[in-house]
Design a protein around this ligand. Structure first.
Ligand code: NDP
Length: 449
């Protein structure tokens, strides 16, 4: 069991005290502080000048009202958030989440993780995150557009290609980014392409951005497996979720010769022993915006659907949680270990509970934490910003090749850092230390900020 070093205990206590009731944020900070004992032992100055407390305190938190009118003419109210967490390394960068459970604590956990993840990419981007408790499920296209326009009417004051650059996340895909970019353009009278990423290709988007998080997570697991002279080839894989990250994770696993046997949505999971037909999942979830249960109905006897239950009971060699935070518990981790899992890669942000992570690490399972494994999305967003700044547009192959190199470098950086700090193979420690040191160095250099 890992504990927070005694030098860091007062820092953790201070963060918990300043942010009461924000459980996910506490969880994310605690996990990072658990890794930093070895850093402050080697570089005691990092425990001074309230550096870590400052790193845990967002630079700015914006909460605003989002009024909109539904199709029946009724006025609705949601709450909008943008947490501009840290800009020591570049403009705030991180996605927008539209999901009914969104609150300030969740946005802060995501912003904190994003700051460290962005540092790991070694690209010039700071960290931020935002969103709303708006639930897009069951809403018409007109309602979604009006919501996005109202959301951007307030948010635009705080954005800019050198200030803060949002992208998508749960519930925010290309369609929503398009509506928000359109509104930003009208409000500012500027064609500032670099102000949002995840845009459509015809108006400044990057090839491979849609695929990047899932492809990148798969590249990361591929690199972890390679350290044990293993690969995806012929392996059984379970991927949770069926959204952007899950779909492209499944696509790349298949390209590497793996067989994805199960995927899910928030209602249940489908098992297809012959291998999930990814084109069909895309049709159901992306085009039809329907439930994953539809997969089993269309596939008949070949697949079956389990409402509720845990997808992690399905035996597999590799598990890739790609849905939402804390979706994989200690009980799930024990089931996976019992069934012989060799690698776990977090496509989602913090999908494994602390207990689950501990079980994987103790069992010697290769474990790729989200801030490293899913960094391909934001890295390709930074490539989109680069293309926008130079008014250029790269080919898919060129962009994906950059993504593959970035993911290999992130993997190697985590592995080397873990080795340097006496914990070879511990990617959690490697990712937390490598990212922390980068942000901390920049913050120190910039004075007391
Ligand atoms: P999407 O909205 O495209 O997809 C989310 C998927 O997760 C949906 O299939 C949704 O099902 C499912 N889901 C939600 N809650 C649960 C649950 N409790 N159990 C099982 N499935 C669930 O979001 P993304 O794919 O973009 O994001 C997924 C994760 O990846 C998030 O943690 C996000 O923060 C992270 N991420 C995303 C990046 C990106 O580029 N998009 C970048 C880095 C990380 P349903 O249809 O029922 O809602």
């Amino acid at each position: 069991m890992v504990h927070v070093d005694e030098k860091l205990e007062p820092i953790l206590a201070e963060v918990l005290r300043r942010n009461p009731g924000e459980e996910e944020f506490h969880q994310a900070v605690k996990e990072v502080l658990e890794s930093l004992g070895r850093v402050v032992a080697k570089h005691p100055r990092y425990a001074n000048h309230a550096l870590i407390v400052r790193l845990c305190e967002p630079e700015r938190q914006i909460i605003f009202r989002v009024p909109w009118v539904d199709d029946s003419g009724q006025v609705r109210i949601n709450r909008g958030f943008r947490v501009q967490f840290n800009s020591a390394l570049g403009p705030y960068k991180g996605g927008l989440r539209f999901h009914p459970l969104v609150n300030i604590g969740i946005i802060k956990f995501l912003g904190f993780e994003q700051t460290l993840k962005n540092a790991l990419t070694c690209m010039p981007i700071g960290g931020g995150k935002g969103g709303s408790d708006f639930n897009p499920r069951g809403r018409s296209v007109g309602e979604i557009m009006r919501f996005c326009q109202s959301f951007m009417t307030e948010l635009h004051r705080y954005l800019g290609e050198d200030i803060d650059v949002p992208a998508g996340d749960i519930g925010v895909g290309g369609r929503e980014i398009g509506f928000m970019f359109g509104q930003y353009k009208r409000l500012t009278n500027r064609y500032e392409a670099g102000v949002l990423t995840g845009k459509g290709l015809v108006y400044g988007g990057s090839r491979a951005r849609t695929e990047a998080t899932g492809y990148g997570a798969t590249y990361f697991v591929h690199s972890m497996l390679a350290t044990k002279k293993q690969s995806f080839d012929g392996r059984r894989v379970v991927v949770s979720g069926s959204g952007n990250v899950a779909i492209h994770t499944m696509e790349k696993i298949a390209a590497f010769g793996g067989k994805v046997v199960a995927c899910s949505d928030s209602n249940g999971h489908v098992i297809d022993e012959q291998g999930i037909n990814i084109a069909l999942v895309k049709e159901i979830k992306e085009d039809g915006r329907e439930r994953i249960a539809e997969y089993a109905r269309l596939k008949g006897a070949r697949a079956h659907y389990i409402e509720g239950g845990s997808i992690w009971d399905v035996p597999c060699d590799v598990a890739m949680p790609c849905a939402i935070q804390n979706e994989l518990t200690g009980k799930d981790a024990r089931a996976l270990v019992r069934n012989g899992v060799v690698a776990v890669g977090e496509g989602a942000n913090m999908p494994c509970t602390p207990e689950a992570v501990r079980i994987f690490r103790e069992a010697g399972v290769l474990f790729g934490p989200g801030k490293a494994a899913n960094a391909g999305g934001v890295a390709t967003s930074a490539l989109e910003m680069q293309q926008n700044a130079s008014r250029d547009s790269w080919t898919f192959e060129q962009t994906e090749a950059r993504l593959a190199t970035i993911m290999r470098n992130i993997h190697d950086r985590c592995a080397e850092t873990a080795r340097d700090y006496g914990a070879p193979g511990d990617y959690v420690l490697g990712a937390n230390i490598a990212s922390f040191v980068r942000v901390a160095e920049a913050m120190e250099a910039l004075g007391v900020i």
